[in-house]
Design a protein around this ligand. Structure first.
Ligand code: SAH
Length: 217
């Protein structure tokens, strides 16, 4: 009995380290992204009955028919968006707020982070959660993220956490010079992870593999 409990505790203790190793093996380089994933308690973003599996590399239910993305997917998007310290960033489809918390860690100041979430119930819940975690200076707007958030634009990086059939022009409009938009674009049976960079000669679009997301509605 005693040793089983010890093993349980040991497992909980090593779960973040195991997740980090796994993500590194899958190609996420060591550095600020993995540091952020280790630092932000993913279990605080899911319901208590899921806290035991919160550090597994898989999407998890956050209520309202939505999911918190798989850590690998989030790490991949952050890498593709090349989010760096002091960047001004926007996430569309903020859901539980997990990615907003990672962004706050990476950019080093919650005031530089804006999120938009369409579902009002999630939006309210997530505001409360961010407050509890000391991240109340993150700006979380409730509304249609296709419009971006002009008030705090331009952004050095925009991450869209739901798939769309086309890239909303308001989002590319809100990119700063050199800014990166990362957005999964529905191309039929999967979503092509797409990056749009505002370069000196205009927008440059590239595709980076197949993923699956809930739709932007
Ligand atoms: N990144 C989130 C999970 C994203 S799930 C996290 O870390 O938990 C996708 C989210 O996009 C859902 O919460 C859904 O309500 C939201 N969403 C869908 N369409 C949207 C839209 N048009 N504008 C803003 N949010 C939207």
């Amino acid at each position: 009995m005693h040793s089983e409990r010890m093993q349980d505790r040991q497992r909980l203790h090593t779960a973040p380290a195991r997740l980090i190793e796994r993500l590194h093996q899958q190609g996420i380089p060591r550095g600020v992204i993995l540091d952020a994933i280790r630092y932000v308690p993913r279990d605080a973003f899911v319901s208590p009955d899921l806290s035991e599996v919160a550090w597994e590399n898989r999407p998890l239910d956050i209520g309202e028919g939505q999911t918190i993305s798989q850590p690998y997917t989030v790490g991949f998007m952050l890498q593709l968006a090349a989010v760096a310290a002091s960047d001004r960033v926007l996430e569309v489809g903020a859901g539980s707020g997990y990615v907003l918390a990672l962004l706050s860690y990476i950019v080093g100041d919650p005031k530089l982070v804006t999120g938009v979430e369409r579902n009002e119930i999630l939006c309210e819940q997530t505001r409360g959660r961010l407050r509890e975690l000391g991240l109340d200076r993150v700006r979380l707007m409730c509304g249609d993220g296709r419009e971006g958030c002009r008030q705090h634009a331009p952004y050095d990086a925009i991450i869209v956490s739901a798939q769309t059939e086309s890239i909303p022009p308001q989002l590319t409009d809100q990119l700063a010079p050199g800014g990166r938009l990362v957005i999964p674009v529905d191309v039929g049976s999967y979503a092509a992870m797409t990056r749009v960079v505002r370069g000196p000669d205009g927008l440059v679009q590239t595709r980076h593999g197949a993923f699956q997301f809930v739709p932007l509605v």
